[in-house]
Design a protein around this ligand. Structure first.
Ligand SMILES: *Cc1c(COP(=O)(O)O)cnc(C)c1O
Length: 468
């Protein structure tokens, strides 16, 4: 544990401790082929999650009418942002925004993983109870589900018509039965528990409430009041903890373990969350293809993903690598006060080190990113596939929130705005460009995607306060 105590001998760690905005491109990053093997994860988990989301789409369309046009597929738009691109001074390539801030259900990236895990739990309950045959028994084909998914993503792209419901998967029970009495009675006997600083709790709580599941969300007292109020208004139990986030998660885990009718959503280790996030990869591939944007080694794709504990950006990065291989560069953004994933991967200590050991307190305006200790699951499995990490100071995030509003009229959370700081690190890091053979011509052909991870449910007055 060389870093302990004498970390200031390492100039890079000293910079992190001094909260100087920094980037680190991991020299140990591998090819996609090698990284996928090292991850010890199977792409089956992504196929499985995509098929599950497809089975639930009719129910989702009914429970969350805002997904109606997309036929129950929870997806967000992808569009160019030429004015913001000019503001950032990005002259080569194009900047696109991935608008998870307007993702249906909970207005943040958590509507990908969180919704999926609650649906998986609900589905397992009804199958155990014999209320539904398992998908394997009715011979459902994952490919068929993936096709429907594709149609729907096309429908999110302006200019394409929305297909009807006529191509319903044959032989599969219509999952709108989840709204029927026997299903809801079964749900009412079960509970979902999660420890969350905010957005994950929202997505889990909202989905659980819609299914009729009981839900408990353990939160830090620092979590924003409106999030707690919103959950309580849905009948979700909110338990507040005055200690830190990790302690809140532990409390949730303990309470859940004691009870077989309870499912604990484990932000640090959950494969179900991870798989739900990873479905974004194939959806994004469709959207880029529909916009006739080429991605290959000569037309690289850079994706900037705000990172808290690492589950959401880790899962999305996994899905992106499955689609684009070595043509995509995944770069994580963290606050200067909480660079937990960067520290964990850089030191090789993963979840065995906290930013507190650098004297950092995780106090940041970036709500979802105030995490001191990363997911060891994501850090260990994904380290070969994540090209780089950078930190952003609070003031810079606030400036980016303002600039995004001024140029594009979009009100994102400070956490989400951290993604916009990514391109400058790529364009100015000569070592990384050389190592990855990123020639001027390739950067001219590049696509940069800032993943706007949240903001959609933030109350207007709080959004305004970010602009003040
Ligand atoms: C949760 C969250 C993230 C990061 O996700 P992790 O799984 O915690 O890494 C980024 N942005 C927003 C807005 C979030 O809510």
């Amino acid at each position: 544990m060389a870093v302990r105590g004498d970390f200031r001998d390492d100039p890079f760690l000293a910079r992190l401790a001094d909260q100087e905005p920094s980037a680190w491109f991991n020299p140990a990053v591998t090819t996609t082929a090698a990284g996928l093997v090292a991850s010890e994860l199977s792409s089956d988990i992504v196929d499985d999650a995509a098929a599950r989301l497809e089975r639930f789409a009719p129910w989702i369309a009914q429970a969350f009418p805002e997904t109606g046009d997309a036929r129950g597929v929870i997806e967000s738009p992808l569009h160019a942002a030429p004015d913001m691109q000019r503001e950032l001074g990005l002259t080569a390539g194009r900047l696109l925004l991935k608008r998870d801030d307007v993702l249906p259900v909970s207005g943040s990236i958590k509507a990908r993983g969180g919704v999926h895990e609650v649906l998986e739990y609900a589905e397992s309950l009804v199958m155990e109870a014999g209320l539904l045959p398992s998908p394997a028994e009715v011979g459902e084909s994952t490919n068929r589900a993936a096709e429907n998914d594709t149609d729907t993503v096309q429908s999110l792209t302006p200019g394409l018509t929305v297909a009807g419901h006529e191509d319903e998967v044959a032989g599969i029970t219509d999952y709108r039965v989840f709204s029927s009495d026997p299903f809801r009675e079964l749900m009412a006997e079960h509970r979902v528990v999660v420890g969350s600083t905010g957005n994950l709790g929202l997505s889990i709580g909202i989905t659980a409430a819609a299914l009729g599941l009981q839900a408990t969300v353990h939160m830090s007292t620092h979590a924003q009041a409106w999030k707690k109020e919103l959950l309580r208004s849905l009948g979700v139990e909110v338990v507040e903890h005055s200690t830190d986030y990790t302690a809140a998660v532990e409390a949730g885990r303990k309470a859940a373990q004691a009870d077989p009718t309870t499912h604990f959503v484990d932000d640090e280790h959950s494969v179900s969350l991870f798989a739900g996030y990873a479905v974004a990869g194939r959806r994004l591939a469709r959207q880029l293809a529909n916009q006739e944007i080429t991605v290959d080694v000569d037309h690289p794709l850079f994706v900037y993903l705000p990172c808290g504990i690492g589950g959401a950006p880790g899962g999305v990065a996994y899905g992106l690598k499955l689609e684009f291989g070595d043509a995509v560069h995944c770069v994580f953004a963290e606050p200067t006060a909480a660079p937990c994933m960067m520290l964990g991967v850089y030191t090789g200590l993963h979840d065995e080190i906290s930013v507190a050991e650098l004297g950092l307190d995780t106090h940041t305006v970036a709500d979802g990113l105030a995490v001191g200790r990363p997911s060891g699951f994501v850090g260990r499995r994904m380290q070969g596939l994540i090209e780089g990490y950078y930190t952003v100071a609070d003031q810079r995030m606030k400036d980016l929130v303002k600039a995004l509003y001024a140029t594009e009229g979009i009100l994102a959370e400070p956490s989400a705005a951290a993604a916009l700081d990514g391109p400058q690190w790529i364009t100015t890091d000569a070592d990384y460009r050389q190592r990855m053979n990123l020639t001027d011509q390739r950067l001219q052909n590049a696509t940069h995607i800032a993943w706007l991870t949240g903001g959609g449910m933030v109350p207007e007055e709080i959004q305004r306060s970010y602009l003040a």
